[in-house]
Design a protein around this ligand. Structure first.
Ligand code: AMP
Ligand code: MG
Length: 297
């Protein structure tokens, strides 16, 4: 148990679970939009309350995560079909790349399948929006990481009217069906919305302009996207509200503090791995006999 974990604290999966919109349709699978602007971007509901504490806790979580991920990988080689999929979404500068570096980077890269979804290519656009996503679903034993995801097709696509409303509005249910199929196919899905404030985004964009080693991260187009901030917040509220299901819930990660964000994602991911009850596979051979064979060879 993490050193900082107080006994009366809810687990990360409860503390960060997206609020219920109250619009459940009875199946728990199709809620109405939530207003994410009412959710604090700097909250610290559980866990470490200072940078030092969080960094120490992250190191410890990383070690435990690495063991679990190795077990998943090992079991995958022994025919276990299970996999884990971490979905990262958030506004520009929210920290998707930071989480990949500081959290995903704590485990063995051999077991990770990392995919960044960019503007679709002509070939991708010729197919249904889930076509390119399905092709990148992690194989058994892997930790898949989606840096952006199927949700772009109800976020940037909705905000910029890239397809008619009739098309994007049908996608929430299509995404829920898709995720349901993945879960039925032995996938544990952890969907994190990295929630930053507009003021924090201002600081992070300016920091990129103040530091020549960060120019490469600065994209003038991101400033144009900022002009659509409110539309994006509404689109996120719809995506999270409508696609937070019991099979694949959304988590809202307060992301104004990078160290809290990293700790929170790591804690959620570890909880997901621990719920899988993983172990190292038994030997598929006679250990004593193999020992004799090694000595005698
Ligand atoms: P970045 O993640 O900063 O490298 O930027 C990737 C860009 O690709 C972002 O501007 C996304 O909004 C855009 N993008 C990703 N998926 C889609 C999509 N399905 N349709 C349109 N644009 C997309
Ligand atoms: Mg970007």
């Amino acid at each position: 148990m993490a050193k900082n974990k107080k006994n009366d604290e809810p687990p990360p999966s409860r503390a960060f679970r997206a609020p219920d919109s109250g619009g459940r349709d009875g199946t728990g699978d199709f809620d109405i939009d939530i207003d994410i602007t009412t959710i604090a971007t700097d909250a610290m509901p559980i866990g470490p309350q200072s940078r030092d504490e969080a960094e120490a806790a992250l190191t410890e979580l990383g070690e435990r995560l690495a063991v679990r991920q190795e077990m998943l990988y090992a079991q995958g080689t022994a025919g276990d079909p299970r996999r884990v999929l971490l979905v990262l979404q958030g506004m520009d500068t929210a920290g998707k790349d930071g989480v990949i570096n500081h959290v995903v980077g704590l485990v063995d890269p051999a077991g990770i399948s990392l995919v960044s979804f960019k503007k679709p290519t002509a070939e991708e656009l010729a197919h249904d929006f889930l076509w390119r996503i399905e092709r990148q679903v992690p194989r058994p034993g892997r930790l898949g990481v989606f840096n952006r995801s199927q949700y772009e097709d109800v976020l940037v696509v909705r905000v910029h009217d890239l397809v008619p409303e009739a098309v994007w509005s049908a996608r929430y249910a299509q995404i829920n069906d898709f995720e349901r199929r993945l879960v039925d196919d032995h996938t544990t899905i952890v969907k994190c919305f990295l929630h930053v404030s507009r003021a924090e985004q201002t600081e992070r964009l300016l920091a990129r302009l103040d530091d020549p080693t960060k120019y490469w991260k600065y994209n003038p187009g991101d400033v144009d996207e900022r002009g659509y901030w409110d539309a994006y917040q509404r689109a996120y509220g719809a995506a999270i509200g409508r696609c937070s299901t019991d099979a694949a819930p959304w988590y809202v990660i307060p992301a104004d503090r990078k160290w809290y964000r990293n700790w929170a994602v790591a804690a959620l991911l570890l909880e997901a791995f621990e719920s899988l009850d993983l172990r190292y596979p038994d030997a598929a051979f006679d250990v004593a006999q193999e020992r004799r064979r090694v000595r005698g060879s």
